[in-house]
Design a protein around this ligand. Sequence first.
Ligand SMILES: Cc1cc2nc3c(=O)[nH]c(=O)nc-3n(C[C@H](O)[C@H](O)[C@H](O)COP(=O)(O)OP(=O)(O)OC[C@H]3O[C@@H](n4cnc5c(N)ncnc54)[C@H](O)[C@@H]3O)c2cc1C
Length: 302
Amino acid sequence: MTVLDSAIVRLLPAVPRPVVRRIADRYIAGETLDDALTVVRGLNAEGKSATIDVLGEEVTRPYEASDIVRAYHDVFEAIQEHRLDSNVSVKLTGLGLKLGYKLCRRNLRTVVEHAAEVDNFVRIDMEDSSTTDDTIRLYRELRESGLDNVGVVLQARLKRTPADIAALADLRPNIRLCKGIYLEPPAIAWTSFERIREAFVHCLELLVETASYIGIATHDEFLIAEGKRIALEPYEFQMLLGVREQLGDALVSGGERLRIYVPFGRQWYEYSLRRLHENPKIAGYIASDTLGRMFSRRNGRQ
Ligand SMILES: Cc1cc2nc3c(=O)[nH]c(=O)nc-3n(C[C@H](O)[C@H](O)[C@H](O)COP(=O)(O)OP(=O)(O)OC[C@H]3O[C@@H](n4cnc5c(N)ncnc54)[C@H](O)[C@@H]3O)c2cc1C
């Protein structure tokens, strides 16, 4: 990232929401379930599977978490009805984790049980480090209660992850491995680009020994090459909607399995900010959006 990009990233919260929405549009399927279904249908036609995420995190009232549970219910019904190749990803703060562990467990169980009824699968996303213990504990509780159609995410950035992999080994877990998007303090996380890559490779090597399935979630070509070298079947690559699509196409034409993360919903803001933080061309996008609007205003088109 250039100095200008980093400066713009710091200023992002001050950028008006409509501008954020316009430049983050590529990362989000839309606001409605129909929007998500259209995107998933297109991805499936290209030989890619999907995982649908109902946007919404850090809910403040139990009824908001219930709304998200209901939204997942509709997602499963639609996946089944339209015979789409897609599972779902959930965020535990969206299911009420910050309101109470038991409430979140009840909500998560409802989602996973419904998924089991329709022969589908739930991936529990990993959020910031304040949620790691609870997330892993909830995953274990569900698996020990006999639900197998659930997987969790581990973040290579966190120094604890090799120990978490070892602790989960008895479950033969289904793991998505990613770098980790949340910036964590050096006491608990690797912070340099190279060290995070090394940690990713190390975690992948450990997972090959212990996991029943690995989702290698990255757009980093070096790690994709390492994934092909290290991972044993069954595994898949995973990417985010709107990110490095040509690289994804190349994986599919090379015979690799690829799943695309498809978020939809009205709560698009937090997710969009995280994606824009990672976009190496952020300054260019903001500049062209701003210039484009100034130009069209001058021409009376706004
Ligand atoms: C399917 C999936 C699920 C994820 N789930 C989680 C999760 O549960 N918890 C969590 O903490 N993190 C999650 N992440 C995010 C992940 O942790 C990383 O933050 C993100 O994938 C970027 O890391 P990278 O490995 O792609 O490497 P990077 O080095 O960040 O990116 C590699 C290249 O991809 C391009 N790129 C990356 N992001 C963008 C972008 N937004 N716009 C344009 N170009 C981009 C850049 O050109 C960059 O050079 C997930 C990622 C994926 C793909």
